[in-house]
Design a protein around this ligand. Structure first.
Ligand SMILES: Cc1cc2nc3c(=O)[nH]c(=O)nc-3n(C[C@H](O)[C@H](O)[C@H](O)COP(=O)(O)OP(=O)(O)OC[C@H]3O[C@@H](n4cnc5c(N)ncnc54)[C@H](O)[C@@H]3O)c2cc1C
Length: 274
């Protein structure tokens, strides 16, 4: 149970959602867009968050879109992960969205996974690799921006801004890919490493999460993976060093173990894709 009252908005358009945010914000309420609500409710129950108002985005058609349009595949931010997986139009995303169990995935939304506080944000990896465009709306109107411009470890939204959807070029969804996820015990655990790779126009791109503690896509990393002057066997270690980031080291897994897993995943990806 949440030990305080909150206002629940159920807009059916983007305009209504933005207006609801403005109204609640002007009333001094701590306001959150609400996808699956699992994180908001869990944090609120524990007292780590005190939402005054939530704006449920699941009745806004643009947030629930799942279609091809103008040569791009479009994924609404309100879609539950199972809908993204079963949509199947982006195989690497369908794979990366297989987290937790089927029942929980009926609730977890794509936007919640990417915009939420938990640092893994596994579904952002395929989008970072696929030249995704993020569609956003907020008090200053609607905008489309390359995802890489608004995602750096976390999604950088303006105050009151909502992630409507993400789209990727159809052609990239059909390129060769490779995926590795490593957990401590069962498949349901948080990852100690998740790594995604694609090969676009002969060049390998990599994005990873959990190893460094947050999602990372780095051009320096990719440069090493594709550098013909470096022996293939040396590229995993050299790519990790080139990223210039500290590897996470905690009770879930040591930095040395995560590094070994990441080197091994990169090696397998190079074998598969080169
Ligand atoms: C049991 C369990 C296991 C999990 N395991 C994993 C895992 O292995 N890997 C992993 O990556 N994640 C994992 N997660 C994390 C989960 O994906 C996030 O907690 C996610 O936020 C939940 O999605 P939601 O739709 O319920 O979010 P919500 O609770 O609805 O929202 C979370 C946050 O995101 C914001 N938000 C939601 N949608 C939008 C939007 N469209 N635009 C702007 N802001 C938005 C909300 O305002 C809120 O701040 C797990 C979660 C649970 C409950």
């Amino acid at each position: 149970m949440i030990p305080h009252n909150l206002v629940y908005y159920r807009p059916s358009s983007l305009e209504e959602a933005v207006a609801a945010y403005r109204e609640a914000d002007e009333a001094g309420l701590d306001t959150f867009y609400y996808g699956g609500g699992t994180e908001i409710l869990t944090f609120a129950r524990r007292g780590n968050l005190k939402p005054g108002a939530v704006i449920d985005i699941k009745h806004i058609p643009e947030c629930m879109a799942l279609r091809e349009e103008g040569g791009r595949c479009l994924f609404g931010a309100g879609l539950p992960l199972n809908a993204v997986i079963e949509g199947g139009s982006f195989p690497l995303l369908s794979r990366a969205a297989v987290i937790v169990d089927h029942t929980v995935r009926n609730r977890l939304s794509l936007g919640g996974n990417i915009a939420g506080r938990l640092p893994y944000r596994e579904t952002v990896l395929p989008f970072l690799l696929a030249d995704a465009e993020a569609r956003l709306v907020g008090p200053d109107g609607e905008r489309g921006v390359p995802l890489r411009e608004v995602f750096d470890r976390r999604l950088k939204l303006e105050s009151g801004e909502l992630l409507i959807s993400l789209s990727v070029p159809r052609a990239i969804t059909e390129t060769p890919w490779f995926y590795r996820r490593r957990v401590r015990k069962t498949r349901l655990d948080y990852p100690v490493l998740t790594a995604c790779f694609v090969k676009v126009e002969g060049q390998i791109r990599a994005a990873t999460t959990a190893a460094f503690g947050f999602p990372v896509w780095s051009p320096r990393f990719d440069d090493v993976l594709n550098d013909g002057a470096i022996p293939v066997s040396e590229r995993p270690a050299r790519a990790i060093d080139a990223a210039g980031l500290r590897i996470a080291d905690n009770a879930r897994a040591s930095a040395a173990y995560r590094r070994a897993l990441l080197e091994s995943a990169i090696g397998e990806a190079l074998d598969a894709l080169l």
